[in-house]
Design a protein around this ligand. Structure first.
Ligand code: GTP
Ligand code: MG
Length: 333
């Protein structure tokens, strides 16, 4: 496919940054969209608090972690302390409350791995999913958002990587490829390795919560870290190129686990992730920053690992040799 030998080396990689920047800008949600999301959060909070006064509704996922594209669905999490009701009962009652509040297309998915209620708000036109007591997701949302405020290149890099993954169909966990959440963690790890981002969980904690026996502690005064990576002047296109090269040729898939918690690579051996246990195959190892026994790459199987690595190689080659990477990189699968 690519005729390596006849092509020059890419001394001109930086010239593609403006092109990638315009793609990034075209994906960022507008201020109007963000205020509609806030409006929906307020509407739903009022409605739910009438029934459950001490509950609290949180935005999480891409609409709150700063890595969301425009027109993406909204993820909400209801935090509720009700010992007499099971999660399924709460979901069913929530569906009734929403029904009475004139929300539309309400579906209670009680048998899903994470039970949710889906709905559409006719006033804003937005669709959203509400889960119950999934507070770890609320906390990891904050961690990702905090990282994004340290160096603006993280958000740019992750947007392009997510857009690439969606175009190439390697962002489908039900098919055995990686979640958007996993891709953002891969970008954070990569920028930590380049000293463009610090490791917030290795610093003196200023934020501290315990969620389901997981201690979540890290330095969250990120405004004090502004300019942390400013000495490293790599452009967006250069970082993209290096990101894909890392996952195509440099990452050691048999030995390594990436860990943004420690800011380093750790060994599979140390985590006992060297063999398949149940459905967890550990063919690409991405440690969750708080649920450290959790490998975000567990969904990847024998077939999809080679699809994924093939796509990393394709992307690295395009950035290295293609005359028009801004178009070719995102060509539909
Ligand atoms: P889009 O593709 O733009 O919808 O991105 P997204 O950030 O909403 O992604 P995704 O659907 O992958 O995840 C939504 C949120 O759920 C993430 O931001 C995390 O907070 C949480 N999450 C997703 N997967 C996991 C996981 O495996 N473990 C944990 N602890 N949280 C997860
Ligand atoms: Mg989402």
């Amino acid at each position: 496919r690519f005729h390596r030998r006849n092509r020059p080396c890419r001394y001109d990689i930086d010239q593609f940054t403006p092109g990638f920047m315009s793609i990034f800008e075209s994906l960022v949600p507008s201020d109007e969209e963000i205020s509609k999301q806030k409006q929906l959060l307020t509407t739903l909070s009022r409605l739910i608090n009438k029934e459950w006064p001490t509950s609290k509704l949180y935005l999480y996922g891409s609409c709150a972690n700063s890595f969301g594209f425009s027109n993406s669905d909204i993820d909400l999490c209801l935090s509720i302390d009700d010992k007499d009701m099971s999660k399924v009962d709460i979901i069913l009652k929530l569906a009734d409350i929403l029904h009475a509040g004139n929300l539309q297309n309400i579906q209670a998915l009680t048998h899903a791995r994470v039970p949710i209620v889906k709905l559409m708000d006719p006033i804003t036109g937005l669709s959203c999913d509400i889960c119950v007591n999934n507070l770890l997701a609320v906390v990891n949302t904050k961690l990702l958002r905090d990282y994004s405020q340290i160096d603006k290149r993280l958000r740019q890099l992750a947007f392009i990587v997510k857009h690439w993954a969606k175009s190439r169909r390697v962002n489908e966990t039900y098919r055995g490829t990686l979640s958007s959440y996993a891709y953002v963690i891969m970008c954070i790890h990569f920028l930590q390795s380049r000293r463009i981002l610090p490791c917030l969980q290795e610093m003196e904690p200023t934020y501290y919560v315990t969620v389901d026996n997981n201690i979540c502690a890290y330095f969250d005064q990120v405004e004090k870290l502004n300019g942390f990576g400013a000495q490293r002047k790599d452009s967006l296109s250069r970082l993209l190129w290096a990101f894909f090269k890392y996952w195509a040729y440099e990452h050691n898939y048999t030995r390594d686990v990436i860990s943004i918690r420690t800011g380093r690579i750790i060994s599979k051996h140390m985590k006992d992730w060297t063999r398949r246990v149940g459905n967890d195959r550990h063919l690409i190892c991405i440690e969750d920053p708080f649920e450290t026994s959790h490998d975000l790459g567990r969904v990847v199987d024998r077939n999809t690992i080679s699809d994924l690595r093939g796509e990393f190689e394709r992307a690295a080659e395009i950035l290295q040799y293609d005359p028009n990477p801004i178009v070719t990189l995102f060509e539909p699968f």
